[in-house]
Ligand binder design. Structure first.
Ligand code: HEC
Ligand code: HEC
Ligand code: HEC
Ligand code: HEC
Ligand code: HEC
Length: 155
């Protein structure tokens, strides 16, 4: 019993240690540097926004398609290089993360001609707005005559 317990404890410790080896969160991502200074489009890094529920995040490889060739080795890009060398994904601290009982389809909103900034604020200037609360979703749905029944947004 004691042996089993210490084996389990050992395994947990090893998992914890392995976890702490993966690259530190590189958030917040410097959007302004990429979007304004280098003219990149939102959809280059968030390519699914027009087609599916989630907008999607870029892989480490996509970052490295540029950063392998750039002579930028500041502290801010360190986690990226570590992630690449250790073949680990980058960990981001997500701000927009609705509970699982809410359905949010990006593609339907973009089809309705809304822009990223209508919900996310001035991302270009690194000023992301607070995540939407239910009353903001409902207010716009009333204004734009979109679905208002509970089952429109809740599963
Ligand atoms: C070079 C790649 C790149 C480009 C271009 C880019 N993003 Fe991002 N974006 C990221 C990465 C990486 C994250 C995750 C890191 C984070 O949340 O800080 C992210 C996160 C986000 C988030 C979620 C933030 C959160 O924490 O919930 C939003 C919203 C967003 N981007 C919107 C945009 C918009 C709008 C544009 C265009 C104006 C854009 N992005 C352009 C890479 C990019
Ligand atoms: C299309 C090319 C391109 C892609 C893709 C790209 N970057 Fe960059 N990144 C740049 C350029 C150019 C700069 C600006 C360098 C400068 O300041 O002169 C930059 C700057 C940065 C900086 C700021 C460095 C500093 O010290 O100011 C960070 C951090 C960064 N990138 C991380 C990332 C991450 C993480 C990804 C993937 C999610 C990514 N980049 C994708 C081109 C790119
Ligand atoms: C009508 C409001 C609205 C619009 C317009 C919108 N978003 Fe979002 N976005 C959200 C909400 C709400 C979430 C949180 C979704 C969740 O947690 O399920 C989110 C999450 C995200 C995330 C986090 C990760 C992911 O994959 O979903 C990114 C990145 C993002 N949006 C980028 C964009 C980009 C780029 C555009 C424009 C092309 C855009 N969004 C347009 C409301 C919006
Ligand atoms: C700025 C306005 C706006 C905001 C904010 C907004 N929506 Fe919407 N939503 C719309 C419009 C417009 C449509 C498209 C209606 C249509 O196609 O008839 C839509 C459609 C939808 C649909 C698809 C409904 C269907 O019948 O297919 C869902 C689900 C949804 N929104 C959920 C949300 C949730 C959840 C939030 C908050 C996190 C939100 N929306 C925030 C304007 C908005
Ligand atoms: C237009 C989209 C939309 C509609 C319509 C909607 N909700 Fe929500 N609801 C959300 C979002 C987004 C959240 C999560 C963010 C928040 O808690 O504000 C949420 C959260 C909730 C929560 C959890 C609150 C909490 O504190 O965790 C409850 C309960 C809820 N909704 C009930 C309802 C009921 C009942 C209806 C119908 C009368 C309804 N909702 C209609 C989008 C919607």
């Amino acid at each position: 019993m004691t042996l089993l317990f210490s084996l389990l404890l050992g395994a947990t410790l090893m998992l914890t240690l392995a976890g702490s080896d993966s690259p530190a969160p590189a958030s917040p991502f410097p959007h302004a540097k990429h979007v304004v200074e280098n003219g990149m489009s939102c959809l280059y890094c968030h390519p699914h926004a027009e087609k599916s529920l989630a907008a999607g995040l870029p892989s480490v490889k996509k970052c490295m398609d540029c950063h392998s060739f750039l002579n930028v080795r500041t502290e801010a890009v360190q986690p990226l290089f570590e992630a690449w060398e250790t073949q680990q994904p980058l960990r981001w601290a997500k701000q927009n993360d609705l509970p699982d009982h809410v359905v949010f389809p990006h593609h339907k909103h973009l089809k309705a001609e809304l822009a990223c900034r209508d919900c996310h604020g001035d991302v270009e200037q690194d000023r992301l707005s607070q995540p939407l609360a239910m009353k903001q979703c409902v207010a716009c749905h009333v204004e734009r005559d979109a679905g208002r029944s509970c089952s429109t947004c809740h599963k």
